[in-house]
Design a protein around this ligand. Structure first.
Ligand SMILES: Nc1ncnc2c1ncn2[C@@H]1O[C@H](COP(=O)(O)OP(=O)(O)OP(=O)(O)O)[C@@H](O)[C@H]1O
Length: 270
C-alpha cells in the first residue's frame, strides 16, 4: 500500500488484513488486499460502486468466504477460530448493514434485543431495560421502542439499526453507508452521533460511505478501494497529494471541493 501516514505497530491495529483474495466464480473482487484499522479511529472506506467495500466488510466479519490471506481482529486470526471462539469474537463488534436491515416483524426494542438473545442469557426485564437505554443512546425518543420499522422515518430506522449494532456494547463498529438516503441535515446529525458515540464509548469504527461530507466531518483516515486493492490510505490532506485519477476526481472534483470547503449543516435529530 502507498506509504501515506506512519507505519503501525501490530498492537495498534484492531483490524489487520493482509494479502486478502476474495471472488465469486471467475470474478476476483480483492487481489492481495492489505488494510489496517487503528484502535480508536474512524476509518472511512471509499471506492467506486462495485469495488468491493461491502464484500470486504463481510469478509472481516466472517459472512463472506475468502480465498487467500489473513484477517486478524483484536489480534485473532479469524479463519483459525473454532465455532465457540468465533462467537466470542463476534460479540465484540457490532454491524450496521445498509438500510439498517431491521427485522420488519419486530419492534425497535425487539430488534435491539436480537443480539442479546443470541449471545447473552439475560432476564427479559433486564433486556427491556437495556434496549430502552440503547434507544435513548442513539437519540430516539423512548416511544420509538415499541414501534415497528415501518412506523419510523428513514433517519429513525438508521438510528434503530445503530442501536442494534450497539446492543452488546461493542468496541468495534462496522457501518455500511449509514447516511445513504438521508437528507443532508439528518445525515449531518447522524455523523455527529457516530462521532460522539465513538468518543464517549471509545469505539473503533470501520465506515463504508459515499458521503464526502461524512469523510470530512468525522473520519480520521480514509482508505480508497480501487483496482481490487486498498490503493491508498491516509488523512484527506494526505490523499489529496496522491496521484491517481479516481482519487483526484473524487476528492478534488466539484463535490469533493465543496465538502472540503466545510459546507456547514445544521445539527438536528434525524
Ligand atoms: N453474493 C454475491 N454473489 C456474486 N457476486 C457478488 C456477491 N456479492 C457481491 N458481489 C459482487 O462483488 C462486487 C463488489 O460488491 P460490493 O457490494 O462489495 O461493492 P461495493 O463497493 O460495496 O459497491 P456499492 O458502493 O455500490 O455498494 C460487485 O461486482 C458485486 O456484484
Amino acid at each position: 500500500m502507498p506509504g501515506l501516514g506512519p507505519t503501525l505497530d501490530e498492537d495498534d491495529a484492531v483490524i489487520r488484513v493482509r494479502g486478502l483474495v476474495t471472488g465469486f466464480g471467475e470474478q476476483i473482487i480483492h487481489d492481495k488486499l492489505d488494510l489496517d484499522v487503528r484502535k480508536g479511529e474512524i476509518l472511512g472506506v471509499v471506492g467506486g460502486s462495485g469495488t468491493g467495500k461491502s464484500v470486504l466488510m463481510r469478509a472481516i466479519v466472517g459472512l463472506q468466504s475468502t480465498r487467500e490471506g489473513s484477517i486478524k481482529v483484536f489480534g485473532e486470526e479469524t479463519r483459525d477460530l473454532d465455532a465457540a471462539a468465533a462467537k466470542d469474537l463476534r460479540r465484540r463488534w457490532g454491524v450496521m448493514f445498509q438500510e439498517g436491515a431491521l427485522f420488519s416483524s419486530l419492534s425497535v426494542a425487539e430488534n435491539i434485543e436480537v443480539p442479546m438473545r443470541e449471545f447473552l442469557d439475560l432476564p427479559e426485564p433486564l433486556m427491556d431495560e437495556l434496549a430502552g437505554y440503547k434507544v435513548t443512546m442513539v437519540g430516539l425518543p423512548v416511544e420509538a421502542g415499541p414501534k415497528f420499522p415501518s412506523e419510523l422515518s428513514g433517519g429513525m430506522k438508521k438510528r434503530a439499526g445503530l442501536a442494534r449494532a450497539l446492543s452488546l456494547d461493542p468496541l468495534l463498529l462496522f457501518l455500511d453507508e449509514p447516511t445513504a438516503g438521508l437528507d443532508p441535515i439528518s445525515a449531518a446529525a447522524f455523523d455527529e452521533l457516530i462521532k460522539v458515540l465513538k468518543e464517549t464509548l471509545g469505539l473503533t469504527v470501520f465506515l463504508i460511505t459515499h458521503d464526502l461530507d461524512t469523510l470530512h466531518a468525522i473520519c480520521d483516515r480514509v482508505a480508497v478501494l480501487a483496482d481490487k486493492k486498498v490503493l491508498a490510505v491516509g488523512t484527506i490532506p494526505e490523499l489529496l497529494t496522491f496521484d491517481h485519477p479516481w482519487v483526484r476526481e473524487y476528492f478534488s472534483g466539484p463535490r469533493g471541493r465543496a465538502a472540503g470547503a466545510g459546507k456547514t449543516k445544521t445539527m438536528e435529530p434525524a
